[in-house]
Design a binder for this molecule. Structure first.
Ligand SMILES: Cc1ncc(COP(=O)(O)O)c(C=O)c1O
Length: 398
């Protein structure tokens, strides 16, 4: 008998992931099928990535057409797909320009480099960045230094210096950390990996005022919250607070690797030829996927659907919180980025849901995280909530 994919991966791939004992073979919309043909409803979307659903036919067609035409020439030349996506991003956001890359960490590295240039050119060499406790910004040395979670940093010291971490949602703490040496504040508009935490009213506006008063850049990491996930194209639109710089990745190309740094002209102009670059960024195939994603999302219907179904989902989860007050603390989140806060560890509930055919995630060990494809239907939300009701009725302490 030949080895299974799981055996081969366990043998040959570095062991950086604690994988579930599941080999997925196929997807469609919110559904996944494993190698044995068992069907699952996916409430994680590859960690907030496949917003248009798995195997979206329009994305697949655009990618296939482009792959047969031109795959790569580098950024030493112009290509049509990059032009379309750049225009879609700029015309539908606060930004004047975009830099394309390949992942969330790489986008945040780009934003941090821009912040360094800002400090050098515009603020007397200021280079401290105020970041948030429990934030997550990636796994490169720069972005894990920006990340406010020790478990991500362990083993990698010395870290990149000049990050000051303050409690998320605490404006006074950010004010106290601001000063002559600060070139930027970096924040997620909703903390994702940190536990799906929505900031208090006025917080993001307060950060913006603080930056403007101190000649510092406000950088929003919308890698997880961006592109329709929270019921608006970008999460910061909920509070009407556009940043100076924003990073995107995850959903940008519906599962193909794409990232972007968006910025207002005054910051964007600091990147000149030779100051920053990537070989693969904005490759034509990936950009064709991103073109379909952005065209679909900017037509509005799907983002409105995410807002409406997110509210419906949140209300249903709230009913479960009321029913199982001994096990659950509450519901947090916005749109289709929701966290069910448990009183103990949530890992057992995740496994029990998977055994019933539902894929969900964790954000910190006590929060069940839901980030389904935005095309999720009310019936699918009902099915998940029913399964969750059964799991809670059994109790799930570890
Ligand atoms: C807010 C945020 N920023 C950055 C990242 C890193 O993105 P990537 O894994 O594509 O490097 C993530 C990934 O989960 C994220 O949630």
């Amino acid at each position: 008998m030949s080895e299974s994919s799981a055996q081969l991966i366990d043998q040959y791939v570095m062991k950086t992931y604690a994988r579930a004992p599941l080999t997925f073979a196929r997807g469609e919309g919110c559904k996944l099928w494993d190698s044995e043909g068992r069907e699952y409803l996916d409430f994680l979307a590859g960690i907030a990535v496949c917003n248009l659903g798995h195997a979206n036919p329009e994305v697949a067609q655009a990618v296939c057409n482009q792959a047969l035409k031109l795959v790569h020439v580098s950024n030493l030349y112009y290509t049509e797909p990059q032009a379309s996506v750049a225009r879609l991003l700029v015309e539908n956001s606060f930004a004047d320009r975009v830099f394309f890359c390949n992942s969330g960490a790489e986008a945040n590295e780009g934003a941090l480099k821009l912040a360094r240039l800002w400090g050098k050119e515009k603020k007397n060499d200021a280079h401290t960045v105020i970041a948030m406790e429990y934030s997550f910004h990636g796994r490169t040395l720069g972005t894990l230094s920006a990340t406010g979670q020790e478990k991500i940093q362990t083993g990698y010291d010395p870290l990149m210096p000049r990050f000051v971490h303050v409690p998320y949602g605490d404006l006074e703490a950010a004010q106290a950390a601001m000063g002559e040496g600060v070139c930027a504040i970096l924040a997620e508009p909703v903390l994702g990996e940190g536990g799906v935490i929505v900031p208090p009213e006025g917080y993001l506006a307060g950060l913006k005022d603080l930056c403007e008063a101190n000649n510092a850049l406000l950088i929003f990491d919308e890698v997880q919250t961006g592109l329709g996930r929270t019921g608006k194209l970008f999460a910061h639109e909920h509070w009407g607070v556009p940043p100076h710089v924003m990073t995107l990745a995850k959903a940008l190309a519906n599962g193909l690797p794409a990232g972007a740094v968006l910025a207002v002209e005054e910051a964007a102009e600091l990147f000149g030829p030779g100051t920053h670059a990537t070989t693969f960024g904005a490759g034509p195939v990936v950009m064709e996927a991103a073109r379909v994603v952005l065209t679909t999302l900017t037509q509005g219907g799907l983002v409105d659907h995410a807002a409406a179904e997110g509210l419906y989902f949140e209300n249903k989860l709230q009913l479960l919180v009321e029913k199982y007050g001994d096990l659950l603390e509450g519901v947090r989140g916005l749109g289709l980025l929701l966290g069910l806060v448990c009183k103990g560890k949530a890992g057992t509930a995740l496994v029990k849901l998977r055994e019933r055919g539902f894929i969900v995630g964790l954000a910190q060990e006590n929060v069940l995280r839901f980030a389904p494809p935005l095309v999720v239907s009310r019936e699918q939300i009902d099915a998940l909530c029913e399964a969750l009701d059964q799991v809670l009725a059994e109790g799930f302490e570890e």
